[in-house]
Write a protein that binds this ligand. Sequence first.
Ligand code: ZN
Length: 398
Amino acid sequence: MREHNLGLVLRRVADAPAPVSRADIALVTGLTRATVSSLVDALLEGGLLVELEPRSGPQGGRPAAGLVLSDRGPAGLGLEVNVDYVAACVRDLRGAVRHRAVRRGDLRGRRPAQALRALLREAHAALDAAGNQGLVVAGATVAVPGVVDAADGVLRTAPNLRWRDVDVRDLLRRDARLAALDLTVGNEANLAAVGELDARPEGPDGFVLVSGEIGVGAGIVVGGRPFRGGRGWSGEIGHVPVEPDGARCSCGARGCLETVAGQEALLRSAGLDVPASSSLGGEGSVRLLVDAAQADDPRALAALTAAGRAIGLAASAAVNLLDVQAVILGGIYAPLAPWLTGPVGDELTERVVTSAWAPVDVLVSRAGTDAAVLGGARTVLDGVLADPASWLRRAGVA
Ligand SMILES: [Zn+2]
């Protein structure tokens, strides 16, 4: 019962737009003042809450101390290993980003242990940065560009990294500092959807976030909650067919969305081919495409229109099935949105059967390229907020 009530009190403070008093918590939760005070004291001692200096009200009444989430207590660590970069981010309990780093480098063809060493360097730098700011990292979530078995943290397949059945969690736990943390592994697009949801408190509460990278993934949010599917394998929009007899995809099938709208397919059809082994991948080459489109280069514009139509085609199937209000363009599609939004919207208008009554919004990602690490850190923090008693036990507070 006490464990449940600790969560109730902490959630009340987390959800309030302004500092809350103990009396307010008692009123809202129906708990006695004495119970609330005892719970609040434990949360203060465990570093989950801080009490602001009492301030007199405008009528000069008895001042009440305001409680807010601590910005010096537990923190969430979001990590990401992707095809051409690794990234890390630390967020405090209030959600503020306290550290972020992205390191570019093509990881294709690298053995998992070798690629994960690059991630470990960023993880250590993030843990150091958290420690230097008086934060204690409560756990880490690792985003990977592939299909992850949520139950055991095994990456089943990441076609663009050419990894199969890689126990990412086990490999990272061989590092003593990461072994000390609660570590989970998730699909990058699913975690990006969590980051995007967090960046849009006003909604929409249902969307498909389509993220363009070397591969193309989707994070699905339905009714304000991420929809991960039965095994956490949902969102593989990059392998929805848009040209059934088209080019061979990294997954083995033909004409997947990735073969038209993946980063390299897009650059190639724009005449901006970058060799696969080049470290010029990622943002640098996307900037070339933005420059070409701004200069009205006909090949670049045609490639973007074709990619936009293919994204709209695949997304319309998702919207017809899931009844979500918006399609959000993320990853490399965010800087390319001025040229993609039109063709994506045209396809949605034509193909989503209900669009005459409720047009589907085409939005640009707010969380941007950091969405997956932001969402990963958020996932850790949500765990602490949902079960503060576990954190207090670890912190030695009874
Ligand atoms: Zn495919």
